[in-house]
Design a protein around this ligand. Structure first.
Ligand code: UD1
Ligand code: CA
Length: 457
C-alpha cells in the first residue's frame, strides 16, 4: 500500500522573532525539520513532501537533496489550505502521514504505528492529555468515539475543559483526505482553513476515526518560541544522556551534558561536567574527559585522558588521539591533528594538520602546524613551526628522538634528522643532520661590573 509523508513547514513562526525560518532553527545541532525527516526516514514512503511558504527559498536550499519534494503554499491560509496544495503531488491510494516541521522529536515507532492503524482506511489522530491544554485543538469524544477536533479559539467553555489535545500529527486515507480538504471552509474564529475540520467530515461519512494517545510528551512537543526551543533541547539532551548512561557511560551530571551529533563510547568512559560533543565523536575504552571540553569530529583512543578546557575540532578532516595519550588542560587540536599512542599535549599547545608518533611530547605553549613528528620527540616550551610564508604552507619534518629546546622557530620547509638537538631560542632555517646539534641565536655577551643608567634628577 502506498504511503505519502507530508511535513507542514510553511508557517511564519512569529514567536521566534527571527529572520531564520522556524523549521531551520537547531535542536541538538540539527535543523528541526531535519529531525522530522530523519525520524521518518526508515518508513517506506512513495513520496516525501515538505510544504514551504515563509522563507521557502531558505528552507528548500537548506533541506534539499534528502529525497524530498517541495510544495509551496502562498499565501498561508491555514493547515487545511496547506494540505490542499499537496493534493496533485500525493501518490494515489494508501495512506498519508501528516507531520509538523516544528515538532522535531516524533519517533519512528509512533509514526509507524499511526500508518499501520490507518491502513488506508481509518483516520488516525495522535493525541495527548495536557495538564494545561490552552491553545491546542481539543479532541471531542462521544464515549470512546472521536467526533471532532475543536480549535481552542473556537471552543466552548465546556470544550476548553477537555484535556485531550490534537498533537498536529495524523495519518489519513489518501483518497478521502483529498476529497475532505477540497470541502473545507474558513468560517471560524481565525478565518483559516483548518485541517482539523476533516475529523467531523470523516465521522459524517462513517469513516472510522481513531484517537491514539501518546504518553511521551517529548515526542509531540512543538517549538514556537526560543523558550520552548531551549526547554525541548534540554529534554532531548537528557534523553541522549540517559541512553549513554544505560550503555555504561559515566556522566558526572546528565543535566550538564550536550551532544549535537553522534557519540560512540567504549567501556568505562567518564565524562565530567559541561562538555559539548559535536558531529561524529568516538571515545575508546576507558577514556576520561575533563570538565568544560568541546570535542567535534574526533576519535579518542582507549585510555586517553583529555584534561579540562580542551578544544578538539576535527572539522571535515577529523582529528585523532592515540591510546593512552594525555591532552590538555587548555589544549587545542585542529583538523588533521593525528596523535599517536602516549603522546602528551599540554597547556596552550595548538596542533593542526600534523602527525605525532608514539610518545612525542609538546607540553607547554607551542604550535605544531603541517608537521610530521617522530617517536619520543620532545618539543620545547614556546616553540613553533613557522609553516606559512605569507602565501603558501610548508611542512616541517622532525625525526625520532629529536629534542627541540624552548622558544625555537622552525622555518618550514625544514627537516630535523633523527636524534638531532636544537638549542633553545634558535631560529632554524636549514635542515639539521641526524644526531647533530643546531644552535642559531646570538651568542651571549657578559660585561663585568655593568652600571645601570641612573634617573636624571
Ligand atoms: C495546530 C492544530 C491544533 C493542534 C496544534 C498542535 C490546526 C487547525 N490546528 O494548531 O489542533 O493542537 O497544531 O501543535 O491544524 N502551517 C502551514 N501552513 C499554514 C499554517 C500552518 O504550513 O497555513 C504549518 C506550520 O508551519 C506548522 C504547522 O502547520 O508547522 C502547525 O501550524 P500552527 O499554526 O502551529 O498550528 P496551531 O495553531 O498550533
Ligand atoms: Ca504550533
Amino acid at each position: 500500500m502506498s504511503l505519502n509523508i507530508v511535513v507542514m513547514a510553511a508557517g511564519k513562526g512569529t514567536r521566534m522573532k527571527s529572520s531564520l525560518p522556524k523549521v531551520l532553527h537547531k535542536l541538538a545541532g540539527r535543523a528541526l525539520l531535519r529531525h522530522v525527516l530523519a525520524n521518518t526516514a526508515s518508513l517506506q514512503a512513495d513520496a516525501r513532501i515538505v510544504i514551504t511558504g515563509h522563507g521557502a527559498d531558505q528552507v528548500e536550499a537548506a533541506i534539499g537533496g534528502e529525497g524530498v519534494r517541495f510544495v509551496r503554499q502562498e499565501p498561508q491560509l491555514g493547515t487545511g489550505h496547506a494540505i490542499q496544495q499537496t493534493v496533485p503531488a500525493l501518490t494515489a491510494g494508501g495512506s498519508t502521514l501528516i507531520l509538523s516541521g516544528d515538532t522535531p522529536l516524533i519517533s519512528t515507532a509512533t509514526t509507524r504505528a499511526l500508518v499501520e492503524a490507518c491502513g488506508g482506511e481509518r483516520l488516525v489522530l495522535l493525541t495527548i492529555e495536557y495538564a494545561d491544554p490552552t491553545g491546542y485543538g481539543r479532541i471531542v469524544r462521544d464515549g470512546e468515539q472521536v467526533k471532532a477536533i475543536v480549535e481552542h479559539k473556537d471552543a466552548s467553555d465546556e470544550q476548553r475543559r477537555l484535556r485531550e489535545c490534537y498533537t498536529g500529527i495524523m495519518a489519513a486515507p489518501t483518497e478521502a483526505l483529498k476529497r475532505w480538504v477540497g470541502q473545507l471552509d474558513n468560517k471560524n474564529a481565525q478565518g483559516e482553513y483548518y485541517l482539523t475540520d476533516i475529523v467531523a467530515m470523516a465521522v459524517a461519512e462513517g469513516v472510522p476515526v481513531v484517537g491514539v494517545k501518546t504518553a511521551d510528551e517529548t515526542e509531540v512537543l512543538g517549538v514556537n518560541s526560543p523558550s520552548q526551543l531551549a526547554h525541548l533541547e534540554r529534554r532531548f539532551q537528557l534523553v541522549q544522556a540517559e541512553a549513554l548512561m544505560t550503555a555504561g557511560v559515566r556522566l558526572a551530571d546528565p543535566s550538564r551534558f550536550d551532544l549535537r551529533g553522534t557519540l560512540h563510547c567504549g567501556k568505562d568512559v567518564e565524562i565530567d561536567v559541561n562538555c559539548v560533543f559535536e558531529g561524529e565523536v568516538t571515545l575508546g575504552d576507558g577514556v576520561r574527559i575533563g570538565a568544560n571540553c568541546v570535542i567535534r569530529n574526533a576519535t579518542i583512543g582507549a585510555g586517553a585522558r583529555i584534561h579540562e578546557f580542551t578544544h578538539i575540532d576535527g572539522e571535515a578532516a577529523g582529528a585523532s588521539v592515540g591510546e593512552g595519550a594525555l591532552i590538555g588542560p587548555f589544549a587545542r587540536l585542529r583538523p588533521g591533528a593525528k596523535l599517536g599512542a602516549e603522546v602528551h599535549i599540554g597547556n596552550f599547545v595548538e596542533v593542526k594538520n600534523s602527525t605525532l608518533a608514539k610518545g612525542a611530547k609538546a607540553n607547554h605553549l607551542a604550535y605544531l602546524g603541517d608537521a610530521t613528528v617522530g617517536e619520543r620527540v620532545n618539543y620545547g616550551a614556546g616553540s613553533i613551526t613557522a609553516n606559512y610564508d605569507g602565501a603558501n604552507k610548508h611542512r616541517t619534518t622532525i625525526g625520532a628522538d629529536v629534542h627541540v629546546g624552548s622558544n625555537c622557530v622552525l622555518v618550514a620547509p625544514v627537516t630535523l634528522g633523527d636524534g638531532a638537538t636544537i638549542g633553545g631560542g634558535s631560529t632554524i632555517t636549514k635542515d639539521v643532520e641526524p644526531g647533530g646539534l643546531a644552535v642559531a641565536r646570538g651568542r651571549q655577551t657578559v660585561i663585568s661590573g655593568w652600571s645601570r643608567p641612573k634617573k636624571v634628577k
